[in-house]
Design a protein around this ligand. Structure first.
Ligand code: ASP
Length: 450
């Protein structure tokens, strides 16, 4: 059995929805379908979820929201008219939006989550009703009916372990089931959304709950590229990568698949395939637990993410001091700052984090480090980019680091820091933001085109 999830651009219009249903109905193993809200139809279109957030802003600022609501109704009306769908869902959509606004306007976080969830919720109802009208027995299942019970943390829900038993029950159905992605219900019955892009997470949770043989994640590209296609023209598609590799790549900017979506799948080793709704016969990228290493291509992917800051600390004889790092980390903990890398030498240590983590806290944090840690030197580097070279095969292959540093040296790129994790599936390089694209190009050339 497969669980198939279709992202926003795959369900953005009536034409796209018909493609989705052709894919769904052509395979009897595709029984449980997760859908996003209508996404962008063209590059400067606005996603329905963003329209819903704008509606929320109007309501919360007590401004006239009729125009914003109408824009959302029009998005769905276009889909309904064009399919065409006979069941009258539009009145119900309007009624539900008004009811969220009326009942939750004094609870901003709840209202935001309820409105944000509506994009997927209405789309799932439309898609299920249309498939049914076409003669394919199909039901819409709300996340509550499906058993998706989550923590009560608005905008940042986490699945409760106890949900999986309930989700398992939906396996026993012979109809197609359409479930909206992106949200669940708290134990107290409130709608709570996952982080943005969270329909991938719903798909993964359901795939794990029903112990699917495969989790298909349909999007608008034919798999995961070895590097960002806005930097490299027509990069190769990765045929197969491991969960660990995917986690490293998505952390550092590969946005095709939500990094939190791997967690439910990992333990049960449920494979994922990233496929293209517009080219369903393309093989796509498989994300699996183990794979055979291709020694000609030990580097699976190259990513580079911007927006990092490094706090660099020097202390003479640092290696001899017990508890020095703990003191620094305690200060970060006190300010609720999480960091990503911590390369160190005998007398120095750098702590690298996303710049957003330090925003508004930098002065205070630096003052406290100076005051409590008896350091010799302290400086901060902003505008850092993190270049990640990822590949399972690197641990068994000599010379990958050389290949990368050579490419970067030839491109005249200064390496500010380097770090290789003990798992040896990734190498991290800190570089200046302005060198980010050139670094990816140089590494890509050296790894795949020579
Ligand atoms: N519609 C939501 C978003 O735009 C969730 C998703 O599409 O996965 O973030």
């Amino acid at each position: 059995m497969k669980v198939s999830k279709f992202g926003g651009s795959s369900v953005a219009s009536a034409e796209q929805i018909k493609k989705v249903l052709n894919i769904v109905n052509s395979d009897s193993e595709r029984r449980i379908i997760i859908v996003s809200a209508p996404g962008k139809r063209y590059s400067d279109d606005v996603k329905t979820t963003d329209l819903l957030i704008r509606l929320y802003e109007k309501v919360i600022n007590q401004l006239d929201y009729t125009h914003k609501k109408q824009e959302i109704l029009n998005r769905f009306k276009d889909i309904i008219d064009e399919l065409p769908l006979e069941t009258d869902i539009l009145t119900e959509i309007d009624r539900t939006l008004e009811s969220h606004i009326a009942t939750l306007k004094d609870q901003p976080e709840r209202l935001l989550d309820a409105l944000k969830s509506s994009g997927e919720n209405f789309n799932a109802q439309i898609i299920a009703a249309y498939n049914n009208e076409q003669g394919i027995p199909t039901i819409y299942l709300s996340p509550q009916e499906a058993g998706i019970i989550v923590t009560d943390d608005p905008g940042n829900a986490q699945i409760l372990e106890s949900s999986y038993d309930k989700i398992k029950e939906i396996r026993n159905t012979n109809k197609k089931i359409i479930i909206p992605g992106f949200f669940g219900y708290s134990e107290s019955g409130h709608i709570v959304t996952f982080p943005r892009g969270g329909s991938d997470i719903t798909g993964a949770i359901v795939a794990r709950g029903v112990k699917a043989d495969l989790y298909e994640n349909f999007t608008d590209v034919s798999g995961i590229f070895r590097a960002n296609p806005t930097v490299i023209k027509h990069p190769e598609v990765i045929p197969e990568i491991t969960y660990r590799e995917m986690r490293e790549l998505s952390y550092a900017g590969f946005g095709v698949f939500h990094d939190e979506a791997l967690q439910p799948l990992y333990r049960y080793r449920i494979p994922v395939v990233i496929k293209n709704t517009n080219r369903p016969n393309d093989l796509g990228t498989y994300i699996v637990h183990d794979r055979q290493i291709n020694h000609d291509k030990v580097v699976s992917g190259i990513s580079c993410d911007k927006g990092f800051t490094s706090i660099n600390i020097k202390k003479y004889l640092m290696n001899r001091q017990v508890g020095f790092t703990v003191k620094i980390l305690k200060i970060l903990e006190k300010h609720q700052i999480s960091f990503d890398h911590m390369p160190s030498g005998i007398d120095n240590i750098s702590i690298i984090m996303r710049s957003s983590q330090l925003a508004g806290k930098e002065q205070k944090v630096l003052e406290e480090i100076r005051h409590y840690c008896e350091i010799d030197e302290l400086n901060v580097e902003h505008d850092l980019a993190i270049l990640m070279i990822v590949g399972e095969g690197m641990s068994a292959t000599v010379g990958t680091a050389n290949k990368i540093t050579d490419a970067l040296a030839q491109a005249g790129i200064n390496l500010k820091m380097m770090n290789q994790g003990s798992s040896e599936i990734s190498m991290m390089f800190g570089i200046s933001t302005q060198d980010a694209d050139a670094a990816v190009k140089a590494c890509y050339e050296n790894c795949y085109n020579r």
